[in-house]
Ligand binder design. Structure first.
Ligand SMILES: C[S@@+](CC[C@H](N)C(=O)[O-])C[C@H]1O[C@@H](n2cnc3c(N)ncnc32)[C@H](O)[C@@H]1O
Length: 290
């Protein structure tokens, strides 16, 4: 979550964007079951023209390019230069002959996308951070062709997302209480209440707006040898270095960080099964049509 004095563009071009960029492979592995659900619903066809908004380090861009094939085209758009740089490297490393991929450093709210062009706009967790959501969705609507479709993932409530809530609960008593954020401020849970996003999409001009609940267990840690402690260590590292709970402990003294880590690792070890730590995630898979 951005500090109140930063714009989202500043936040994602700063340490947060660089952290996501460095750990792209870990985020992609953890989010795999959710990515599958997004693509199951996005219904990309051979030859489609796709906009991946808030593409981050490009996992969904590459996946969309595979889905639309050599006659298709994917535009990967993001405000974050460090994340787009990773996408560019991954795009350059693809075998030749796939779909064309265009990378644009672009703000969803204001970028002049070619009007009426895209068959699909997709996003994995890139739509909750717009400073002005109505402006962004109206702009994205204008980029879709008539009948084109939006298919995006966003988080449901914090308590439904144990993969974040559980480590947060464990460390909360060790750290100062974070300043409350207004419910409609940019952040992961901004659209946990489906009506809020439904209203914005309708006001932007979308129709056939639908929300499907997606529930998946995310694998936060795994040990090749089936060792619960090693799996818990990997899961605690993900939670406290990368996941949303990390913001609570990141700037704390080393001894507080060590205590937090020990607590989370201990709790995760007790949950490990066959050397794997899994915690529940809950999302909305939102579709809408121009
Ligand atoms: C939580 S990350 C998700 C990244 C990627 N979709 C993924 O699943 O790994 C949110 C992304 O939204 C991007 N973003 C935030 N505000 C944006 C805006 N106004 N326009 C375009 N991208 C934006 C951020 O830079 C970041 O890459």
């Amino acid at each position: 979550m951005a500090a109140p004095d930063l714009t989202q563009a500043e936040y994602w071009n700063g340490e947060a964007g660089r952290r996501w960029a460095r750990h792209q492979a870990t985020f992609d592995a953890v989010f795999t079951p959710l990515t599958e659900r997004l693509f199951g619903r996005a219904d990309l066809q051979s030859g489609d023209i796709v906009l991946d908004i808030g593409c981050g380090a490009g996992a969904t861009t590459l996946r969309a390019a595979e889905a639309v094939g050599p006659t298709g085209r994917v535009t990967a758009a993001d405000v974050s230069a460090p994340l787009l740089a990773v996408t560019a490297e991954r795009v350059a490393a693809r075998p030749a002959g796939g779909a064309a991929i265009d990378l644009v450093e672009a703000d969803a709210q204001t970028h002049a996308f070619a009007p009426g062009t895209f068959d699909r706009v997709i996003s994995r967790f890139g739509i909750m951070f717009f400073d002005d959501s109505l402006a962004a969705f109206a702009n994205l609507l204008g980029a879709l062709r008539e009948g084109g479709r939006l298919a995006v993932l966003c988080w449901r409530t914090l308590p439904e997302n144990a993969w974040i809530a559980h480590p947060l609960d464990l460390v909360q008593s060790l750290v100062p209480e974070p300043a409350p954020t207004p419910p409609d401020a940019p952040g992961p849970f901004r659209f946990a209440a489906a009506e809020r996003l439904a209203d914005i999409l309708a006001a932007a001009g979308f129709r056939d707006i639908a929300f499907a609940a997606v529930d998946e267990a995310l694998m936060l840690g795994r040990s090749e040898t089936g060792d619960a402690r090693a799996a818990a260590e990997e899961a605690a590292t993900f939670s406290l270095d990368l996941g949303p709970a990390s913001r609570l402990v990141r700037d704390q003294a080393p001894e507080i960080r060590a205590q937090a880590f020990a607590r989370v690792q201990h709790a995760f070890e007790a949950r490990a099964q066959d050397g794997v730590v899994r915690l529940d995630a809950a999302c909305w898979l939102v579709t809408a049509t121009r």
